[in-house]
Design a protein around this ligand. Structure first.
Ligand SMILES: CC(C)(COP(=O)(O)OP(=O)(O)OC[C@H]1O[C@@H](n2cnc3c(N)ncnc32)[C@H](O)[C@@H]1OP(=O)(O)O)[C@@H](O)C(=O)NCCC(=O)NCCS
Length: 267
């Protein structure tokens, strides 16, 4: 008999969980988050503390552990991960390990965790920082088809579209879980006139599906799944605290960024 999930999830549905790492409500739970970490995560956290993004790492792990605990019969501390040869984490100690598929991404101020059942999934999130060098970066990372499509957009649209292509491509790499052993020029995502995902050109193309998320916010996120995506649900979470379901339009939107927020450039 197939083991049951504690929280229901139909095949094709993707739950998209996210936290803003600068949310003041998180600070009071810092100790509880630290207590969730495995020994390997504690080491990683301590190293990152010295380069300023330890806090983002801690929140992303707290989000991942509390979210996975919602689906498994385990507490956040009990969740155990194993990673494949390219570093992609998978659940290792739950009766539902073979069902649950998940992936995470973090960027300045935002951490995202996607969960679905059965089908391999990947996510990427990026903060749309101004970057005058995007076409040079695109030359290096995009396929000829994507580069041509990007250049054909009005200059005013190019930054937005750059992030659409980038996050969808990265999400695909992360869904496959083989890192940069997958040549980036050998597959293409095609966007329609409305800027949404339209077609995938690459190996086993018909089995892949893609979505863009969060375009009303300062963030763009891309999702890729080795199966049909039938629905998305968005949940804003303060790990161990409040949770609220949000519309696709409101996802990743927290209003004006606090001053002093750092912005990471691609490229
Ligand atoms: C991990 C990788 C997939 C992405 O790294 P990144 O952009 O720095 O980080 P993200 O925020 O997107 O994702 C990090 C999370 O992905 C997960 N991850 C790590 N390796 C992974 C892999 N091989 N596949 C899928 N997920 C992976 C982990 O959960 C990680 O979280 P952690 O840092 O808390 O452990 C890395 O292999 C990479 O650098 N990929 C290619 C980048 C690139 O050139 N993209 C071009 C797009 S056009």
């Amino acid at each position: 008999m197939t083991p049951a999930l504690r929280r229901s999830l139909n095949r094709g549905v993707v739950d998209v969980w996210f936290s803003f790492t600068n949310d003041n409500r998180l600070k009071s739970a810092q100790k509880n988050y630290e207590e969730m970490l495995s020994q390997a995560e504690v080491l990683q956290y301590q190293q990152l503390k010295h380069v300023d993004n330890g806090w983002d790492y801690l929140v992303s792990r707290a989000l991942l552990r509390t979210v996975l605990a919602e689906y498994c019969e385990l507490s956040p501390q009990e969740i155990e991960f194993q990673v494949n040869d390219f570093g992609k984490p998978e659940l290792s100690n739950s009766s539902v390990s073979s069902i649950i598929q998940f992936n995470t991404a973090h960027t300045s101020g935002l951490t995202v965790c996607v969960v679905t059942r059965d089908d391999a999934i990947g996510v990427d999130a990026e903060c749309r920082a101004e970057n005058p060098g995007i076409l040079d970066v695109a030359e290096d990372y995009f396929s000829a088809l994507e580069l041509q499509a990007l250049k054909s957009r009005d200059e005013a649209q190019q930054l937005d579209y750059f992030y659409r292509y980038w996050t969808l491509k990265e999400a695909y790499i992360k869904a496959r879980g083989e890192g940069l052993s997958i040549p980036l020029h050998d597959f293409s995502v095609v966007l329609g006139d409305d800027g949404e995902f339209c077609e995938f050109v690459g190996p086993d193309a018909e089995s892949w599906d893609f979505r863009l998320l969060g375009q009303n916010a300062e963030y763009t996120a891309g999702l890729s799944m080795n199966g049909h995506i039938s629905a998305l649900k968005f949940f804003h979470s303060v790990p161990l605290g409040a949770q609220s379901e949000q519309s696709a339009e409101d996802a990743f939107n927290q209003g004006p960024a606090p001053s002093g927020e750092r912005r990471r450039h691609i490229g």
